[in-house]
Ligand binder design. Structure first.
Ligand code: HEM
Length: 349
């Protein structure tokens, strides 16, 4: 054993103590409350997505003529294909929910304020990438709904002034859905967006490590209580248990509510009802309410406000009496998104 240790020590000039020191970041006590450490949940689910995604990619064939058949093969014939497809699908749903909950926690506790503005903006990029991965993944099955969903999304892009036509052509690899579109979605889904997310996550976690997590103190905690606890093993075990619970939950969901398949895409038959995945319901309802360029530009404006929020909030706090305006704006924004989502879910058209 000592010989092996010595062999590595001579080649890698890093001591185990140094590695341990990097891992053993003191964690503020409030992270024992689960809603404060929700960031670990999307990180874990992202790893699940990568592992199950690689397994699915062994059989998935990203071409218009083969995509649907290969997904059918994975679901019905490949060993445990139904399980890995189900876990991949449910982990995507839970990941989007977890990212949104994590963002809400950061927002409502004001943890985006100075000096964490950059990390908030990196977070918004992570949210957009997560939604992009969800959208492109949905389109890979080449079912009626995913085909027409992608066509509608491309037409929406087309309404953006100046760059709309280019955005549509880049998304579809042409003017309309064609034989190159599925493979383009696959490259975006399995390479471009995950690689971008890995880079963004490295910066996100790196900044958290450098700046530390925002300190909070709660009235029900005695003042003499130790303000921090060690990352390893205490927090590590919490995250490990969280991971095991999530794995059980994903397995139950994949078995009880397995991933199904709709009818194969037919470019000549428009379905009566076109619906995106649930996480785009609010956007879809908004587009139906205010059709055309206004709807698209107003959504772009919302994304811009989200990016710039730490600076807008700082301005409000400095120049007005409404220091807690962010709470009320957040409640109105979240209610609007929930309201539009429920509305879209409840009606057919
Ligand atoms: C894949 C998506 C994401 C992952 C894996 C992730 C991961 C994490 C982790 C592990 C933390 C440490 C504290 C905690 O667990 O809450 C954290 C903190 C933070 N995250 Fe994220 N995050 C993601 C998305 C986002 C989004 C969408 C935003 C906001 C738009 C955001 C903004 C922040 C900020 C500002 C902090 C520092 C919080 C503090 O100091 O208390 N993150 N993130």
């Amino acid at each position: 054993m000592n010989a092996i240790r010595q062999w590595f020590r001579e080649r890698l000039p890093i001591s185990p103590d140094q590695v341990f020191e990097v891992l053993d970041e003191p964690v503020p006590n409030h992270l024992k409350r689960w809603w404060f450490c929700l960031g670990g949940t999307p990180a874990y689910l992202f790893v699940v997505q990568i592992v199950t995604g690689i397994l699915l990619a062994f059989y998935y064939q990203p071409a218009q003529t083969t995509a649907y058949e290969s997904v059918r093969f994975i679901t019905n014939e490949a060993a445990y294909g139904w399980y890995f497809r189900g876990v991949h699908k449910w982990a995507a749903t839970l990941m989007i929910a977890a990212v949104v909950l994590h963002q809400m926690r950061v927002y409502f506790t004001g943890a985006y304020r100075k000096p964490r503005e950059i990390n908030w903006m990196i977070g918004v990029c992570l949210l957009l990438c997560t939604l992009g991965i969800g959208f492109t993944g949905y389109s890979l099955v080449y079912e009626q709904l995913s085909y027409w969903g992608a066509t509608v999304a491309a037409n929406i892009c087309d309404t953006i002034p100046v760059v709309g036509g280019l955005a549509k052509r880049m998304l579809l690899a042409g003017e309309t859905y064609n034989s190159e579109t599925v493979s383009r979605f696959f490259i975006l889904h399995a390479a471009v967006l995950p690689a971008t997310m890995i880079c963004l996550l490295a910066i996100h976690i790196g900044l958290i490590r450098m700046q530390g997590i925002t300190e909070f103190h709660f009235e029900d905690e005695p003042p003499q209580k130790q303000a921090h606890y060690p990352f390893f093993p205490d927090h590590f075990y919490t995250e490990l248990i969280m991971g095991l619970v999530l794995m059980i939950l994903l397995s139950v969901l994949a078995t009880a509510l397995p991933a199904t398949m709709g009818p194969r895409a037919d470019p000549l038959v428009t379905p009566d009802v076109i619906k995106p995945e649930w996480f785009f319901y609010a956007t879809f309802r908004w587009l139906k309410l205010f059709s055309g360029t206004f709807a698209v530009l107003s959504m772009g404006f919302v994304v811009f406000i989200m990016f710039a929020w730490p600076f807008i909030d700082a301005w409000i706090r400095r120049h007005t009496r409404f220091a807690e305006a962010s709470v009320w704006i957040g409640i109105v924004g979240a209610s609007l998104i929930i309201g539009l989502t429920v509305w879209e879910a409840a009606v057919q058209h």
